[in-house]
Design a protein around this ligand. Sequence first.
Ligand SMILES: Nc1ncnc2c1ncn2[C@@H]1O[C@H](COP(=O)(O)OP(=O)(O)OP(=O)(O)O)[C@@H](O)[C@H]1O
Ligand SMILES: Cc1ncc(C[n+]2csc(CCOP(=O)(O)O)c2C)c(N)n1
Ligand SMILES: [Mg+2]
Ligand SMILES: [Mg+2]
Ligand SMILES: [Mg+2]
Length: 323
Amino acid sequence: MDEFSFIKSIQQGSYRQPSVIHGIGDDAAVFRLHNQDVVTAKDMVVENVHFARNTMEPYHIGYKALAANLSDIAAMGAKPAYYLVAISIPNNWSMEEIKMIYIGMNDLAQQYHVDLIGGDTVSGTELVISITVIGFVGKDKVRLRSHAKEDDIVFVTETLGDSQAGFYILNHSGKYIEEDYFIRRHQLPSPRVEFSLALHPIVRLCLNDISDGIGSEANEIAEASQVSILIEEERLPVHHNLKQFEDSLQYKWKLFGGEDYELIGTVSKKDWDQVQAIAEQLHIRVTKIGLVTSKSATAEVYLKSKNGRIERLDKKGYNHLSR
Ligand SMILES: Nc1ncnc2c1ncn2[C@@H]1O[C@H](COP(=O)(O)OP(=O)(O)OP(=O)(O)O)[C@@H](O)[C@H]1O
Ligand SMILES: Cc1ncc(C[n+]2csc(CCOP(=O)(O)O)c2C)c(N)n1
Ligand SMILES: [Mg+2]
Ligand SMILES: [Mg+2]
Ligand SMILES: [Mg+2]
């Protein structure tokens, strides 16, 4: 059983609370309080699964753990407000190191004006940080994975594969061009909160954030929206210095790498100019990478390769239980 089948297997058949608008199945859950929707997400990081001590300073671990959570709130089109942190602390970590984790989180929290309002502390055998983040969005304004429609343009923010390139550089000593850039993208990712909020004039938008790789996230959109998607490899935005790495690594990282915390989305053709104008104002690169080709109960994603061949793009990417 892989990670996604496991999640389906534990999902309730229906919700008992009438305030639940969306439970399991998107980047965050949504419930309604009066005339406002509240969005809440949880993401956890575990030592030697999400980070290793030799490639991430404590500051980076905290910063990135919160960034991954804020990215899910951005993927819902919501404004983050609060977070809670549960931490398991092994005895081979010093209190100074643990405090640096919190300084990393707090620096990012300050940028987005969000507050640490609770959590839990335990001792453990591995360092584990589990964050819950809470945000707000106007009633019915959430940007669901199920919002894609036939003929929509599929787009992504910034560039793909940078984080895994940074991770590779950290683990393979050598000389690399712009290594600081790639390492920064791995250690200190930027959740696209401002961009997502600035898209509020657009009536319908589908968004998902890129944690596991677009091969995975594009399939999540296709499944949730019951559509087929065609992505063109030639259009996938990569940093100009990604080309210093072997072709096979570039290919793997941009499609299946993950941890970029960029956004993949779909929008109707008539709204595409406005998305581009908003991105330009915020100095965020946004690139059309393909189209929603048709309604489809089988929800397939296809990749048109550089050589013109069209093949299925499987739901491959980072999957915690694929063993
Ligand atoms: N163990 C679990 N119990 C209950 N719900 C879960 C569990 N794991 C995941 N979910 C829910 O499943 C859905 C998909 O979660 P998933 O972690 O794949 O999304 P994500 O957080 O956007 O991705 P990532 O974790 O790769 O950043 C979400 O609604 C999430 O809350
Ligand atoms: C030591 C170490 N090994 C592997 C990786 C790569 N990695 C870990 S989790 C993940 C997907 C996102 O996680 P999640 O789906 O839980 O949000 C990726 C790409 C890393 N960063 N550090
Ligand atoms: Mg997500
Ligand atoms: Mg998650
Ligand atoms: Mg994941």
